[in-house]
Design a protein around this ligand. Structure first.
Ligand SMILES: *[C@@H]1O[C@H](CO)[C@@H](O)[C@H](O)[C@H]1NC(C)=O
Ligand SMILES: *[C@@H]1O[C@H](CO)[C@@H](O)[C@H](O)[C@H]1NC(C)=O
Length: 295
């Protein structure tokens, strides 16, 4: 018993189609990502990387050597993700030669997506900062801002050597990784921006002081110290904890931010990973992704 649409319905309906058409035109493709740079190996050609938005393409052209680092970094953070999720139903597995890298799983605004965005953003900070310190990047070098005397719990020391320039890494990661999310204003974009930031801060959090002793026969009366990043595992472990305590949020009324979904909760989402949707049943999801991968 098919009901015919009555005429008054058709006008709103065509409006809906128009909106969908607008969305299709102006929404950047959500299914491919800069993450794919990691799979391209040594030959990163900016025009051939699927899924870059214009701003990212420009940054790519201006800083080809940074793209190299981001590509190498991608292999590392994906490995770290797989390490952290090795006992989980969804184990951060990637699809070969697939521009989405993780498949349809990332379409959902789940806490798994929150983790992947955070660790990928952290991975970019890490890779770029390391490349800076190794002198591989023309436009950045060791952090030379710290030149004065300083002290820690063991006493005074002088800044020296090469401090990892994590601020450069953070700045570039922010410009590059966030570029896509800045093109749309919806819950998912806000969620990604928030989790990207969490990832960047996670790397900064584990900067540690490394020192060299000087003085008569190793008396260590004089020390020179520099700030270095810790092993990326520290960031992975930390973000995994954040994954476990991730906070569900809903968008606020005017769409400019979000609030903790659980109204009774007194906590803030500021330094937590946030997600909008519950995780799917990954047993079912797996089958769905297998099918799309095979076609
Ligand atoms: C993820 O789990 C699947 C199924 O258990 C397994 O075949 C695959 O090797 C795992 N991948 C990783 C990266 O651990
Ligand atoms: C180098 O870095 C400075 C600021 O750190 C920036 O203004 C400039 O555009 C960069 N140059 C290139 C070639 O990227």
């Amino acid at each position: 018993m098919a009901r015919r649409k009555s005429p008054p319905d058709s006008k709103p309906l065509s409006k809906v189609y128009f909106l969908i058409w607008l969305l299709l035109i102006f929404t950047p493709r959500v299914d491919s990502s800069w993450w794919y740079i990691g799979a391209l190996g040594a030959r990163v050609i900016c025009d051939n990387i699927p899924g870059l938005v214009n701003k990212q393409r420009q940054l790519c052209q201006r800083h080809p050597e940074l793209m190299q680092s981001i590509g190498e970094g991608a292999k590392e953070w994906i490995k770290e993700c797989q390490h952290q999720f090795r006992h989980q139903r969804w184990n951060c597995s990637t699809l070969d030669r697939d521009h989405t890298v993780f498949g349809r799983v990332m379409l959902r605004s789940s806490r798994e997506a929150a983790f992947v965005y955070a660790i990928s953003s952290a991975g970019v900070v890490y890779a770029i900062t390391r490349a800076c310190s190794q002198g591989e990047i023309k436009n950045c070098s060791c952090d030379g801002l710290k030149r004065r005397q300083a002290s820690d719990h063991r006493g005074d020391f002088a800044w020296g050597g090469c401090s990892d320039n994590v601020n450069y890494g953070v700045k570039f990661a922010k410009a590059f990784v966030d570029a896509r999310e800045r093109m749309v204003k919806d819950a998912r974009a806000l969620m990604n921006l928030h989790n990207n930031r969490c990832g960047r801060m996670a790397v900064k959090r584990f900067m540690k002081l490394q020192c060299k002793c000087h003085g008569v026969s190793g008396s260590c009366s004089v020390r020179t110290c520099w700030l270095a990043m810790s092993d990326f595992r520290r960031t992975g472990d930390y973000l995994c904890k954040k994954y476990n305590t991730a906070v569900e949020v809903t968008m606020n009324q005017d769409g400019t931010g979000f609030m903790v979904a659980d109204r009774d909760s007194k906590g803030s989402a500021k330094n937590e990973l946030v997600y909008v949707e519950n995780s799917p049943d990954y047993c079912l999801m797996d089958r769905a992704t297998d099918e799309t991968a095979e076609t």
